[in-house]
Design a protein around this ligand. Structure first.
Ligand code: C2O
Ligand code: CU
Ligand code: CU
Length: 470
């Protein structure tokens, strides 16, 4: 397993910390569940408003932010499989935006990609039926060229789908109590506690890192938890930072779900690695700790190591959690079903020209045409490996995210993926030089969708393409 240090040594960051000692620890903010109104035909109508705001991440130091229905981040949208949903988005920003439902199986015109721009002052409806399995998805802007900045300043939220299976598994499921959203975002603050988002040319190429880690918008908060199993729905909501997550006080946690739903069975892990946009649901068993608290630590490939979130177990010690033999059946998509293999090569060029197959994103160009119903293998290569990049030294990770589908990873550098990556995925990390094959059924809707690197500075600088399902 490659360690983070091989990557982090490439980045030199003049970091300083405002946090330590300046703030009293605050409880972990839990994004509220977004209320909806039920229309006569049963459709659930949700309202989101993107607006400007401000927040004191450090006591007495205020910075301008963006948020949905609030100053920073957004409420959690929670729906069930089968629901008819309308999400009405009002854009009260000065700039155009979009809202994309990352990981969701929705019609192209409700996907909220770069083509569904909402002008300042306008509203837009996403209208779809929830057809997919239980999963922890998320939502964020996707306007061409400004996604990085808008997400950075606070536009993001969780989108949780339930189904019959998720409701009947013996897993913690009391939202905010033992089923806890954990949105991790590495952010850079200046000495006045203000967000600074001004990517330089090297930042555009390497990604924009930070000097603090926010957890649901707070710096080093604490969370009281039962002294037993607790489910964490972790999202790496950073722009470009890969995060390696450990739990100081627990030797392992069990991952039960990846991007698109449950794994076949819980996977014991001593640490997790999430690239931007990836999610993991894990069970942390706080009956196992003898200490008074467990610290969740995150290490960023920007070079920083943070104490991120302190868990304080309270109440009577429960019996140790026993990982179940199986959670769900994850049916394979046989390779023989694929009608086509496409190749995607990711590479950075001079002047932060971030390319896939040698091209930067062009809204007016369709890069790939697929047939509705087809199964395809996509073979993706990170050519910014040793000696692979144009500049020779461009040795950096990328990720690959596909809209419209959840895919399975067939192999990584010719080897079967580890168990935590063997379930449903919509985003996959590629270390320098990696070659990954994924397989998916493009069987939901016709229309135009995106694939891209989810390091947002790369995406904004061209590392994105469009596929049309016809
Ligand atoms: Cu999370 Cu195309 O994005
Ligand atoms: Cu997406
Ligand atoms: Cu990239």
């Amino acid at each position: 397993m490659r360690t983070f240090l091989t990557v982090s040594t490439l980045f030199i960051i003049a970091a300083f910390h405002l946090a330590a000692g300046e703030n009293d620890s605050e409880p972990l903010p839990i994004p509220p569940l977004l209320q909806y109104e039920t229309l006569q035909n049963g459709t659930k109508l949700f309202h989101l408003e993107a607006d400007e705001g401000s927040r004191e991440f450090f006591a007495g130091k205020s910075t301008r932010t963006l948020g949905y229905n609030g100053d920073y981040l957004g409420p959690t949208i929670r729906v069930s499989r089968g629901d008819e949903v309308i999400i009405r988005v009002k854009n009260s920003l000065r700039d155009p935006t979009t809202v994309h439902w990352h990981g969701a199986d929705v019609p192209a015109d409700s996907d909220g990609g770069p083509h569904q721009g909402i002008a300042s002052g306008e509203s837009w409806d996403a209208d779809f039926q929830v057809r997919q399995k239980a999963a922890t998805l998320w939502y964020h802007p996707h306007f061409v060229g400004t996604t990085g900045e808008q997400v950075y300043k606070g536009l993001a939220g969780l989108f949780i789908i339930d189904d019959e299976i998720s409701g009947n598994l013996d897993l913690p499921m009391e939202y905010g109590v033992d089923d806890i959203p954990v949105i991790l975002q590495e952010r850079k603050f200046d000495r006045n506690g203000k967000f600074s988002y001004r990517p330089s040319m090297p930042d555009k190429m390497h990604g924009y890192f930070g000097n603090e880690i926010l957890v649901n918008g707070a710096i080093l908060p604490y969370k009281n938890v039962p002294r037993g199993p607790v489910r964490l729905r972790i999202l790496n909501g950073s722009n470009s930072s890969l995060l390696r997550i450990t739990f100081d006080g627990l030797s392992e946690v069990h991952q039960v779900a990846s991007d698109g739903g449950f794994l076949e069975k819980p996977v014991a892990l001593s640490y997790l690695v999430l690239s931007p946009g990836e999610r993991a649901e894990v069970i942390a068993d706080f009956s196992l700790t003898n200490g008074s608290s467990v610290m969740m630590n995150t290490e960023s490939n920007g070079g920083e190591i943070y104490d991120a979130l302190e868990f304080r177990p309270v109440g009577a010690r429960q019996p140790a959690w026993e990982a179940m033999e199986s959670l769900v059946t994850v049916e394979d998509i046989p390779e023989s079903e694929a009608s086509k293999t496409r190749r995607f090569s990711m590479q950075s060029g001079m002047g932060a020209r971030m390319t896939i197959n040698g091209k930067v994103m062009d809204m007016n160009r369709v890069d790939e045409r697929l047939r509705l119903g087809d199964t395809e293998i996509w073979e993706i290569e990170n050519r910014d490996g040793m000696g692979g990049g144009m500049m020779g030294g461009m040795n950096q990770p990328h990720s690959f995210h596909v809209h419209a589908v959840q895919f399975r990873i067939l192999d990584i550098n010719g080897r079967a993926p580890p168990a935590q990556l063997a379930g449903w995925k919509d985003t996959v990390l590629l270390w320098p030089g990696d070659r990954v094959r994924i397989i998916a059924r493009y069987d939901s809707y016709r229309g135009l969708y995106m694939y891209h690197c989810h390091l947002l500075e790369h995406e904004d600088n061209g590392m994105m393409g469009q596929f049309l399902i016809e």
